[in-house]
Design a protein. Sequence first.
Length: 445
Amino acid sequence: MIKTSSYPYSQNHNTSNRMQMSTLVKIVHSFGFLLFAMMIVTPSAFQSPKAAILAILFIVILLDMLIKKRRRLHPLIFRYFLFYILLGSIFGIYGYLRENVGVIPITKEVVLYVILYMILIRGIVDYASVKYMHKTLVISIVLLSLYIITSILNAYGIWPDWLYYNLQTETSNEDISVDTLHFYGRISTSFDSFPSLLFLQPYLFTYLVSSSQKKSKPMWALFVILTIIMIFVGRRILLITAIFAPIIIILTLNGIRTEDSRKVRNWKSLIFFSFLAMFGLAFILIQISGISVQATIEDFLYSFQPIQVNASGNYVSNPRLDTIYHLFNGWKESPLIGFGSGATHPNYYRNKYEPWNYEVLYMQFLYSWGILGCTLYGMGILFITNKLLLIYKECSSYSSFAISALFGMLAFLVGSFTNPYLLKFDMLYTIFLPIAIINVRYLRK
């Protein structure tokens, strides 16, 4: 009788423990997805709260590794991380031996950040985690769109101050040039969160056209709003991505489409009506705000001109073209292995406080790491691309997430050509989110 009566108690006790553990896991995941959303919406702000959340996540994940000794990283993914940690360390040592002034910050960005993301990825262990990441991305798109719209309307005196909350802090940068619309007929803005749009818009569009799940009209409306924001905020790379990314995605998906008819459902009519709505809203916005299409086009073409006018009204050469010219000529002196991490061109720099940083990021990489280093680093992108395409062609529950993350990552990489987005910790999720999906899928196999 004792054994019989104690068994239900034991069963209930174990069930209670599982429920407590489940609650603990949910709390930890909630912190993780909160951090993820903050990295997207406020990438340069609220550094102290983000650091605290990051510390909590690291402690929990490391304790889980030590106590339960679970394999959270697939061996292939672990070797992937190990390869890049070693490669970054080797070029860091090379730069240190050459006494490059930027070797410490660059090595931190290409080695330490990789280690930190490797730990974070260990907390993404199943399909539910991938779904929550997707939901976090969608929620972040909503919040970011609302904040950008209300910030612009508030700057122009349309949105009242008592309904507006400024997310800018001492570590972030936000600028809305109100006079630009009056004098030039175009909007000019700057938000630290703009680089996230390079990933978010292609990701959302790809998911809408590739997922077999029923898509609601609000999701398509969100895509339309996000695209309009990217077209009119005054950033050239956002304009290019907003217009051309969906076209490239459609053409590519048609080329690699699987035989599973459930993968794409009625996307042609949905795309048609979405773009129709987008052009309609854009036309209304132009009429109401007084935006000049001609001024917008001229400003876009102006960035490619070799001679420009600076803030003082003087004629100067295009700084990005100058950067390409000087770094390319300097690279030719050591084309194979470059000059090491943190290298600075002896006769040309763009920032006197950080002379090792240049806007044209890939030319900076070529100058620092040479053909050999850039080729080895580029192999990682090819690896991610190949694995995500294989997952997409499996027609599994991971397929839509994989292909969406792939196009988001590639669009972000293209956008990073003229800006050093890849050297910011908060922006590296664009690379490591796809890796997390690959890791989970391979672990589940």
